[in-house]
Write a protein that binds this ligand. Structure first.
Ligand code: 2PG
Ligand code: MN
Ligand code: MN
Length: 602
C-alpha cells in the first residue's frame, strides 16, 4: 500500500466495530459541488430550479411525517424541533431535522485563515475525506510570509541562485479571491524577493472574475502596476509581462484541455500571443471593451511589448520561475510543463533551463514541483486510507473537471489508490472548449449512471461521486443555465438514491461549499445591488453559506439520527459519520461523528 514518508507507522489502522451499525451496507456518497443553503430568493438558483429529489430529503410529507414523529416520540420520549412549511398553500411539508441538517463549509471550519474566507473544493473535499481540520495552503503561506521563513527555506534559496544573472518570473492568479492565490501574498513576495536580491522581475498574470466579480481585473492590475512602479523607483526592473483569463489561459485542471496550458506557455515562455499591448492595464481594458462578450475568466492571452514590439518578459535559460498559486489542481499541468523534460501533451517549442519553484508542492506523490517555497499541509490518515485498511471497497467517480476532487482532494491531495484491489476510480470526460453554461447538464446523468451501476454491481461498499453542475455553471454567472444545471444535478441524485433503495443501502448527500444558491452581488443588508438601469451584477464566486447534509436509505439503522449537540459542525465531521455508516467506530482524533444511534426497542 502506497504510504507517504513521515507517516506514523506505529499507530494501528484497524477500526473497532461500531456495535449498533452493521458492516457491508452500500453507502452512496454524493457531493453536490457548489450547493449551499440560502433563503428562497429569485437569485437562489437552487430554490428556483425544480429539485424534487433534494426537496424530499429536506422535508417529509405531513402524513409520513406524523408517523415518523410518533416513532421518534416513542423512541426518544420527546419531539425534535420541527419546522412547518406550506407549499402551494395545500400540501404541508415538515422538516426532518433528524435526517437533514446544515454544516459549515467555509472559513476556519475548513482550515482557511478567517471566517471571511469562502469555501472551495480543495479545502472542502480535504475536510470531507480527512475528518480533521488542517491549516490550509492560504494560511501556511500567510504564516511563512509573516515570519519571513519563506526566504529561509530550500525553495527560495534555490531560485535565488538565478537572481544575479536571470529574471524572476511570477506566474499566477491575480485577485484577492483566496481560493487559489491572494494578491496581498504576491505583493509581499515581490517586496521580499527584491529585498533578497531579485533585480529583474516579470509577473505573468491570470485574470480572475470567478472567485471575485467580473471586471475587477482592472483594479487588481492597477494595484499591481503601482507596486511594480514603486519597485522600479528602487532600481528593480519589474513589469507585468503577459496575461490572460484563468479559464482560457494556463489554469486548466485534471488534464481536461492542454490547449489552455499551451496558450499560457506561448505567452509566458515564448512571448507570443495574438494580442500585444504596451501595458497590462491597457490590455485588460481594451480586451474587455472591444468584445462585449469578453470577461475576466476567458480573456484571451496577451503579451506586453516594448516600443520596438519585443515582448518584455519571455522565460529564458537561467531564469527563475515561481507559480504563486497555493492551490494545487489548476497549477499541476503548468508545473509539469515547466519541470518535465519529456512532455508530449503539447509542443513547447522551447524548454528553458530554469530554476522553478511552486508556492507549495502541488502533488506530494509526484513530488511536483520538486522545489517549493512553503511546505503543503501534510494531510494524514484520511478516511479513504482507514477504510482501505479495513477492507471497505470504494468506487469514486466524477467528470474530468471534478474528478480529482473526489479522489485526489478527498484523499488528502494524493493521486492513486491506497489499495488497488479494493478501489476503483472512474472519470467521465468533460466537455472541452465551451463555457459551462452552454451545456449546463454537463455529465451529471452519466456520472450518476456509473454510480448506479457500481451500487448495483455488489462490488463496492462506498460509492462516491461529485456532481459539478451547481458549481461549474454557477461560476459562469448565467442564472438560467445554473437553474438548468441544478435540475440536472437533482435528477442525478435521484438515479443514485433509487439504486441505493434497490440494494437496501444508505445515502449521504452533501456539498462542499455554496455557489448556485446565491448568484447576485448584494449590499450589506442583503439586497441585490442594481445600477441606474436596474441591472444586477451576477455573483460568480462561491459563498460563505452552509451546506446541507442528508442521510437516509433503507439500510440506515432506524435509530440513527443526527446528533443535536453539534450545532457548529462542519465538513470535517462527515468522515467520522461515513466510517460509522460502514460499521466502524471512527478514529479518536477525527472530528466527531454527526450521528447517534439509539437502541430501537424490540
Ligand atoms: O474552479 C475553481 O478552480 C474553483 C474556483 O476558483 O472552484 P472549486 O473550488 O469549486 O473547484
Ligand atoms: Mn467545489
Ligand atoms: Mn467552484
Amino acid at each position: 500500500m502506497a504510504r507517504r514518508p513521515g507517516a506514523e507507522e506505529e499507530r494501528p489502522w484497524g477500526l473497532a466495530e461500531h456495535g449498533r451499525l452493521g458492516k457491508r451496507k452500500v453507502v452512496g456518497v454524493v457531493v453536490l459541488d457548489g450547493w449551499g443553503e440560502a433563503p428562497p430568493d429569485p437569485f437562489n438558483c437552487i430554490h428556483v430550479a425544480d429539485t424534487p429529489t433534494l426537496d424530499a430529503l429536506k422535508k417529509v410529507p405531513a402524513s409520513l411525517f406524523s408517523s415518523l414523529t410518533l416513532l421518534h416520540r416513542f423512541r426518544f420520549g420527546s419531539y425534535m424541533r420541527m419546522e412547518i412549511l406550506c407549499l402551494c398553500g395545500c400540501m404541508a411539508w415538515q422538516g426532518a431535522p433528524e435526517r437533514w441538517r446544515l454544516i459549515k463549509a467555509h472559513g476556519t471550519a475548513v482550515g482557511l485563515p478567517t471566517d471571511d474566507d469562502m469555501g472551495n473544493s480543495e479545502v472542502g473535499h480535504n475536510a470531507l475525506g480527512a475528518g480533521q481540520i488542517y491549516a490550509q495552503g492560504a494560511k501556511l503561506v500567510d504564516l511563512a510570509l509573516d515570519s519571513g521563513k519563506i526566504y529561509e527555506g530550500e525553495g527560495f534559496k534555490y531560485i535565488q541562485q538565478s537572481f544575479d544573472t536571470g529574471t524572476l518570473h511570477l506566474i499566477g492568479l491575480l485577485s484577492d479571491g483566496g481560493v487559489h492565490s491572494r494578491i496581498d501574498q504576491l505583493q509581499l513576495l515581490l517586496k521580499g524577493a527584491s529585498e533578497h536580491g531579485a533585480k529583474r522581475i516579470r509577473v505573468h498574470i491570470l485574470t480572475d472574475g470567478r472567485d471575485v466579480l467580473d471586471g475587477s481585473s482592472v483594479t487588481f492590475v492597477e494595484t499591481l502596476e503601482n507596486d511594480l512602479a514603486k519597485l522600479q523607483e528602487k532600481g528593480v526592473d519589474a513589469r507585468i509581462a503577459s496575461g490572460g483569463g484563468r479559464m482560457y489561459v494556463t489554469m486548466d485542471r485534471y488534464e481536461n484541455d492542454w490547449q489552455v496550458v499551451k496558450r499560457g506557455w506561448d505567452a509566458q515562455v515564448l512571448g507570443e500571443a495574438p494580442h500585444k499591448f504596451p501595458s497590462a492595464l491597457e490590455a485588460v481594458k481594451k480586451l474587455r471593451d472591444d468584445d462585449p462578450k469578453a470577461n475576466d475568466q476567458y480573456l484571451p492571452p496577451f503579451v506586453v511589448v516594448d516600443e520596438s514590439g519585443k515582448p518584455v518578459g519571455p522565460i529564458v535559460d537561467g531564469d527563475a520561475v515561481v507559480t504563486f498559486n497555493f492551490r494545487a489542481d489548476r497549477m499541476v499541468m503548468l508545473a509539469k510543463a515547466l519541470e518535465y523534460e519529456d512532455l508530449d501533451k503539447f509542443d513547447r517549442v522551447r524548454f528553458p533551463r530554469i530554476r522553478y519553484a511552486g508556492m507549495l508542492q502541488y502533488d506530494g506523490e509526484l513530488k511536483l514541483p520538486s522545489h517549493y517555497l512553503v511546505a503543503p499541509p501534510e494531510i494524514e490518515r484520511t478516511s479513504g486510507e482507514y477504510l482501505a485498511h479495513n477492507g471497505v471497497r470504494t468506487y469514486a467517480c466524477s467528470e474530468t473537471v471534478k474528478f480529482g476532487h473526489v479522489t485526489f482532494f478527498w484523499n488528502g491531495n494524493r493521486s492513486g489508490y491506497f489499495n488497488p484491489n479494493l478501489e476503483r476510480y472512474e472519470e467521465i470526460p468533460s466537455d472541452t472548449g465551451i463555457p459551462f453554461n452552454v451545456q449546463p447538464r454537463m455529465k451529471a446523468v452519466e456520472v450518476a449512471e456509473k454510480a448506479r451501476d457500481a451500487i448495483l454491481s455488489g462490488k463496492f461498499d462506498q460509492v462516491r461521486v461529485n456532481i459539478p453542475n451547481a458549481d461549474m455553471v454557477g461560476h459562469t454567472g448565467d442564472l438560467e443555465a445554473t437553474i438548468a444545471g441544478c435540475k440536472a444535478a437533482d435528477e442525478a441524485v435521484k438515479i443514485i438514491l433509487d439504486a441505493i433503495e434497490q440494494v437496501g443501502g444508505i445515502f449521504v448527500v452533501t456539498a462542499d461549499h455554496g455557489n448556485a444558491e446565491d448568484m447576485v452581488k448584494r449590499d450589506k443588508s442583503g439586497k441585490p445591488i442594481r445600477d441606474k438601469d436596474g441591472n444586477v451584477q451576477p455573483l460568480t464566486s462561491h459563498t460563505l453559506n452552509p451546506v446541507p447534509i442528508a442521510i437516509g436509505g433503507p439500510g440506515l439503522a432506524p435509530g440513527a439520527t443526527f446528533r443535536e449537540d453539534l450545532p457548529d459542525a462542519g465538513l470535517a465531521n462527515v468522515a467520522a459519520t461515513l466510517i460509522n455508516l460502514h460499521g466502524f467506530e471512527a478514529p479518536r482524533h477525527y472530528e466527531p461523528t454527526l450521528i447517534q444511534v439509539s437502541p430501537v426497542p424490540f
